[in-house]
Design a protein around this ligand. Structure first.
Ligand code: DGY
Length: 328
């Protein structure tokens, strides 16, 4: 039997790629730089499936020009880069990789919380630049305590809940706000004593605010000038969700004027961040290149999951992680 054609927009880990290459006639985009819109169309024009990354904008006009397309297998949990409405209208299955990256992303969120509050990256720069001339400084690089502080989690999905569980060891008070039903709050062990509060209370009372919402029209610029002004001047903001959830210009102003103590960002309005972004000039922000799920094991598991979704969808079975089941 002739193998079905699929296009993989980047080299994903071998554990997934092996399955895809065995099963399909696969063309893989080997460059580090993402394919352009025209290149996606050119490579995907005969394909029944494509494997996409969050940096591939799969818009309606791309989908329209891929006439044989039956499945878009996203190598990520978030899929805001895909025009889901249009894909669904065309009857195209969209899948993602939920669950497997929860703990890894929660770990990185904590790395950012610790780094921003204890000024770890700034301290490392201080040493490397040869600024450490006095053995011990009573007021050198003072940061803020995490233990006993109040953690505010915006969005209590899988990752938000995993971040909350880790706070237990730091004796933190946990506040959260969530759009979902109270049923989902059961993902939090009772002994955490986490309190559901409104956004206003969360922003005013938290020492650390961490964002775990998907990017939707409602969450775009969820944190802007007004929200930042409600936060304590000693507070830190951490974002490992999607860049546009924060108004970057407002955040820059808040950090520059010390209206906000610090921030830890893994995601940005534009990725990669532009080298002339003013955020790069600030000492009180830790900047990471979107590596929330970047552990070897998790990326391999994501690749396998993505391949299994593709395989199931193209063999007529229900893929394990379909985001638009209404197309079936
Ligand atoms: C996702 O999966 O959505 C992350 O942002 C990347 O792993």
């Amino acid at each position: 039997m002739l193998k079905k054609h699929v296009f993989v927009t980047r080299k994903i880990p071998m554990d997934g790629l092996r399955i895809i290459k065995q099963e399909f006639h696969a063309s893989v985009w080997e460059n580090e730089m993402p394919p352009s819109k025209e290149q996606i169309i050119e490579n995907g024009k005969d394909c029944e499936g494509i494997v996409t990354l969050l940096s591939d904008p799969i818009s309606a006009d791309i989908i329209e020009r891929l006439p044989n397309l039956r499945v878009i297998a996203q190598y990520a949990v978030g899929y805001d880069n895909i025009d889901l409405k249009y894909a669904t209208k065309r009857g195209i299955i969209v899948t993602n990789t939920p669950g497997v990256l929860t703990e890894t992303t929660a770990d990185l969120t904590w790395a950012l919380i610790m780094a921003a509050s204890r000024r770890i990256v700034e301290a490392d720069r201080y040493v490397r630049r040869g600024n450490w001339r006095v053995a011990w400084g009573p007021e050198l690089l003072l940061g803020s305590d995490i233990h006993g502080a109040t953690l505010g989690i915006i969005g209590l999905g899988r990752i938000g809940a995993a971040v909350a569980r880790r706070a237990c060891g730091f004796d933190m008070k946990i506040l959260y706000s969530s759009r979902s039903t109270r049923e989902s709050d059961k993902s939090l062990p009772e002994n955490l004593g986490a309190q559901r509060v409104d956004m206003d209370t969360l922003l005013r009372e938290s020492d650390v605010v961490t964002l775990h919402v998907p990017l939707t029209p409602e969450t775009r610029h969820l944190i802007g000038k007004v929200e930042l002004a409600k936060m304590k001047p000693s507070a830190i903001l951490v974002n490992t969700s999607r860049g546009p959830v924060v108004d970057e210009e407002a955040l820059y102003q808040a950090l520059r004027s010390k209206r906000l103590a610090a921030a830890g960002l893994d995601v940005f309005a534009e990725e990669p961040i532009r080298l002339d972004s003013p955020l790069l000039e600030l000492e009180n922000v830790v900047l990471l290149p979107h590596i929330g799920s970047a552990s070897t094991r998790t990326r391999s598991t994501m690749a396998k999951m993505c391949a299994e979704n593709l395989r199931a969808a193209l063999s007529g079975a229900r893929p394990p992680n379909i985001v638009n089941p209404e197309v079936l």
